[in-house]
Each structure stands twice: as C-alpha cells, then as structure tokens.
Design a protein around this ligand. Structure first.
Ligand code: PRX
Length: 567
C-alpha cells in the first residue's frame, strides 16, 4: 500500500496541517530543518538507523547513522558559530557529493545561517557572480576546489572564511582560510539550536533566467512541511526503503529530496559520488539494494542508450518505485523503464522556486506515459491564456502553467531582487514560466518553456550568460544562443556568432572561442556548437530574435516575423 492511498480522497480532504501534525509542529513554534532531519529522528528511537551510505569514485564507503548525523551537524554548527558566523549570514557549500556536504547543510541550518549550495563544477567566474550577489560570509569547500575560490578572494572582502574539509594536516593555510576535519573534530553532543521559525530563511539556491545574472531563490524553514509530505506521498518513502536520489545538492532536487525530504522521513539513503556510467549505476543499485530511485530524464535516456544487455548482468529486483524530474520525460523512456525494470518512471514537475513537487504522477494512479500527471493535493494548478491570464474553459488548450501561491515551500523572494519576484505573478497566479495543456481527465502535458532559457540535461542555462561570455572574445561582434535538439540531453547549447571586421570564421577560431568561454562558463553551459553567420535576425528596434534561430534548429515554423528588421 502506498503512503498516499487514494489520490482523490487526499485531494478532497487536504490540509497542510496533515504534515504539521505528523511533524509535531504548531504554528508559532520553532522549526529548524537541521533538527528535524537528525535530532528528531533520533528522538523517535531511530538513532542507530543508517541515514547515509556514501560511496566514492574508488568504491570506498562511509556510513552514518541518524545519531552520527545529529552529532556531526552539531559539530559543524558549533564550529561555524565559533568562527563568529552569525545567524542569517550566507554560508556557501562548494563541494562534491561528499558526506560533509549533506551534514554541513544541516549544521548551517542548526546555527541559523542560510545554506547556499553551489555546484562544485562551477569555475571561478560563475562562483563569483553568485557569492557576490549573496555577499556570502563563509564557504565550505575541498582542497581541490580551493584554488577557484582563491582566484576571486581579493574581490570578496565580505567572504571572511574559507573552510577546507580535507586540508593537509599541519600545513599552514593563508589568511582567511581554516581547516575543519569533520571526522576528527571533537563531537558536540549538546548544541543550542538557533531559534529559527517558519519564516526564517534557510536555503538560497541560484537559478538562471533569460536575462540578467542568476537569481538567488530564498527559501524558509517552513518549506520542510512541503518537502516532508511530498517525499512521503510522491516518492513514497517507507521505513525499509533504501533511497537513491541521483541529484547533486548544488541544485534544488539534491537538497529538497536528497537531504530535507529524505532525512525528515527518517529513511536510509545512499549517495554515489562518481561520474555516470550505466554499469556503475546498475552495480550501485544491486550492491545497496536500492528500492526507491529518483533520477532525471537525461540519465534515463543515457541508460536507454547503453542498451538492455547490460541490465541483465545485475540483480535490480529490489527496485520498487521510480521517479524522475527536471526535464520532459518522454513516453518512450517511461515505456522502456516498464519493460526493463518492470516499473515506470513517474514524472514529477517542479522548480527551484517552488521548492517541492507541484505536478506529478502518484503511486497507484493511472499513468499516461508522456504526461506530468496531476497537481499535488493542496496545490491549485491550471493552465491560463497568456494574454488574459484566465484559465481556459475547455481542456486541451496550450497556455501558461499557473499555480495559486501559498504552499509552504514557495520561494519567499529572489535575493535582493523583489521586482523580478513580483513579476512572476499575474492575476493572483504564480507563473513558473512553462507551457502545458491539460486533458479531459486533468492530466498535464508539458509543452515547453515560455522563455529562452535552455534546459540541457535538466540544467537551466541562461542564453544571456553564454552570450555575454562570447562577447568578451575579441573576434565576436554579436551572439545569440539557443537550444538545439539532442537525443540524450534533450537540448544542448548552440551559439550563433557574427564576427568583427577583419575576422573570418574557421575551425581554429571556433576552437579559440570555445577555449575562451570554457574558462568563464560552467561545463553545463558550454556551447556544443558555434555557427558563424553574417547577420543575426533582429527586430526593427534592434533586439536579437532568438526565436527565429530556435525555430530553424528545431525545423519548426518560424511564425510571425512582421517585426523583423530585414524583411
Ligand atoms: O522548465 C521546467 C523544467 O525545469 C524547470 C525548473 O528547473 P530548476 O529550477 O533547475 O529545477 C529543476 C528540478 C526541480 C521547470 O520550470 N522541468 C522540471 N521538471 C520538469 C520540467 N519540464 C518538464 N517536465 C518535468 N517533469
């Protein structure tokens, strides 16, 4: 029996106080995510239960019980406090998927600071933009990533501490750097939590939009109510489960469901801190007897590409429930997973800003492959006309996804950018920026984004960020960046470039530009292709029309070009 039981009954009788009661939370009381994810599970008599099984790229393994989570997060919280870091300050986590990342996240929250996780593959420039926007006070990192921080340290007088979790013992560190060894540190058994309340800021995740720099999405401790209940009802986490969320906590799935949803439900989860290969993933599932697997369409398509033979080498019979997030999950992937694993991947739709799953296929519900399913109980979601902002009267029409604000894990603002936050609302609806239709039975069918943001392998890339990097190259006059179709990543980044007088497009120049932007962009945002072109399509007012280039790449109708400059 799944945790949600009957979807219709849950929808009809829903109230968020279901989660509040299960978590013994009363409005007005303190709520601290770090405590809920460790101390509370211990108090429930599960201090000896394994919370985290970690495996490194060499196959080395570490295990932590819930009591280890409690003690180590206390210890990190205490250490941060002893450095003079104050509640409300931003502490960045800039690490691979090592245990210190998961436990450090809880420690930061316990002492009342705001956790700012950033993907460890970011280069120094991507890192700087995000730290500068948040005016981050401290960064917790590994020796191997420290040089990237050192490169920008001078530009960041507000960054008082770089904490290195694997520093060489005895080796002196430069000013503002300090070593912290979680395993060796004296454990703090009793830690005085900072009194955090429902609206106290908890997490700051950076996400890319079409224009401007990445935006810091601010979440609060009350978000746990959503993360706990959606993890329980959608991911169907159960006492005996071994759960594997493949996402990196540099991104929201890795925190909402790789930390908060998982540990607040007291489940055992495993983490693989190694690159992707089909063999290695299947071996990992077999070895750890994974039963609940939350992954992403690009990974699923990569597994499909690796073929069905490799699956036969492993015993994957422990898999009980599979779900996916981040990009459109095509029907072929759902049908394939049913064939090879005996279970369909259930699609879940949400975003950094929503903090938790909004629209999804539920365990036990009729699955329509290719559909995102239905709104989570308590979530009022629909599709509205892009001009009137009113819901359509009849099913099947394509419009903007619209959600009534008010669920616990909704972002509270964009950091220092309230205007952009307010712009996400129309007519009382929150607009995530995606297009969809709804069929007669209330199932949502994703159509695409409503802006120029590129979703490559589940990661949002701002065309603006890539174009800005290209424009810094001495040969580049103008650039326009759009998505190009790709079997595995669904979309990849393609750049169109016009050159300054005296330059001609060539293989060498292509390589030179690629090498130039590689230093500025995260590997995820790198263009897969540069096309040199004489003129970019522009409106009469001189705005580059990415839409035309996009349509060409996808073999689509170009649509209305009446505002084009060179008609
Ligand atoms: O465009 C939607 C797409 O990813 C965006 C959110 O990206 P991000 O904030 O990075 O969060 C990703 C993980 C929650 C959405 O606005 N997206 C997310 N899930 C789906 C999806 N597109 C289609 N189907 C999905 N299930």
């Amino acid at each position: 029996m799944s945790n949600i039981g009957s979807y219709d009954e849950r929808v009809n009788n829903f109230n968020w106080d279901i989660a509040e009661k299960e978590l013994d939370f009363k409005p007005g009381n303190m709520i601290n995510i770090g405590w809920y994810c460790s101390d509370r599970i211990c108090r429930m008599g599960k201090s000896g239960k394994t919370a985290l099984i970690w495996e490194g790229s060499a196959g080395n393994e570490k295990r932590y019980t819930y009591d280890d989570l409690r003690l180590n997060s206390n210890t990190i919280g205490h250490f941060l406090r002893s450095l003079g870091i104050m509640p409300g300050e931003r502490v960045c986590l800039f690490m691979d998927k090592i245990p210190e990342l998961y436990i450090g996240f809880l420690g930061i929250l316990k002492m009342g600071a705001i956790a700012q996780p950033l993907f460890s593959a970011f280069g120094d420039e991507s890192l700087f933009v995000r730290l500068d926007n948040a005016q981050t006070t401290a960064i917790i990192t590994q020796k191997k990533h420290a040089p990237k921080v050192r490169k920008i340290m001078d530009k960041m007088p507000y960054l008082k501490h770089m904490i290195i979790v694997d520093a060489d013992p005895g080796k002196p560190l430069p000013e503002r750097e300090v070593a912290f060894d979680m395993e060796r540190a004296e454990k703090i058994d009793r830690f005085e939590l900072h009194p955090t309340y429902a609206e106290t800021a908890s997490v700051l995740h950076y996400t890319s939009g079409t224009t401007g720099q990445p935006k810091g999405v601010k979440h609060v401790h009350y978000s746990l109510i959503s993360q706990y209940l959606t993890a329980k009802w959608v991911l169907d986490l159960q006492e005996s489960d071994i759960y594997w969320c493949t996402a990196d906590p540099g991104w929201v799935t890795g925190t909402s469901y790789g930390i908060m949803g998982a540990f607040s439900n007291g489940v055992t989860q495993c983490v693989l801190d190694a690159g992707f290969s089909a063999d290695n993933w299947y071996r990992f599932i077999e070895k750890h007897k994974v039963s609940m697997w939350y992954s992403a369409p690009t990974a699923i398509r990569s597994l499909m590409k690796a073929g069905d033979e490799v699956i036969k080498k492993y015993d994957l019979s422990t898999l009980r429930h599979l779900a996916s997030v981040g990009e459109p999950l095509n029907s072929e992937a759902v049908i394939w997973s049913e064939k090879v694993f005996g279970k369909p991947f259930l699609d879940t739709y949400w975003q950094t800003e929503t903090g938790s799953i909004m629209i999804t296929n539920f365990p036990g519900m009729k699955i329509k492959p290719g559909s995102m399913g239905k709104p989570f109980p308590g979530i009022t979601a629909t599709v509205i006309d892009a001009e009137t902002f009113e819901p359509f009267a009849e099913p099947g029409k394509i419009g903007l996804i619209a959600i009534r604000p008010g669920w616990p894990s909704m972002m509270r603002t964009y950091w220092n950018n309230e205007t952009t936050y307010q712009n996400k609302f129309r007519n009382g609806w929150y607009l995530p920026g995606d297009r969809s239709s709804i069929d007669k039975e209330g199932y949502f069918w994703f159509v695409g984004r409503d802006d120029d943001v590129i979703n490559t392998g589940g990661h949002l890339v701002s065309p603006f960020e890539v174009e800005s990097a290209l424009l810094e190259h001495p040969a580049v006059a103008e650039s326009a960046v759009v998505a190009k179709p790709d079997f595995v990543n669904m979309e990849v980044v393609k750049a169109f470039v016009t050159l300054k007088p005296g330059f001609t497009g060539s293989k060498d120049l292509d390589l030179d530009i690629m090498n130039f932007v590689r230093k500025k962009l995260s590997p995820l945002a790198m263009p897969q292709e540069i096309e040199f072109i004489d003129n970019l399509p522009k409106t009469r007012s001189g705005k580059i029309m990415r839409r035309i280039l996009h349509a060409k790449e996808w073999g689509e109708e170009i649509g209305d070009t009446s505002t084009l400059e060179n008609d």
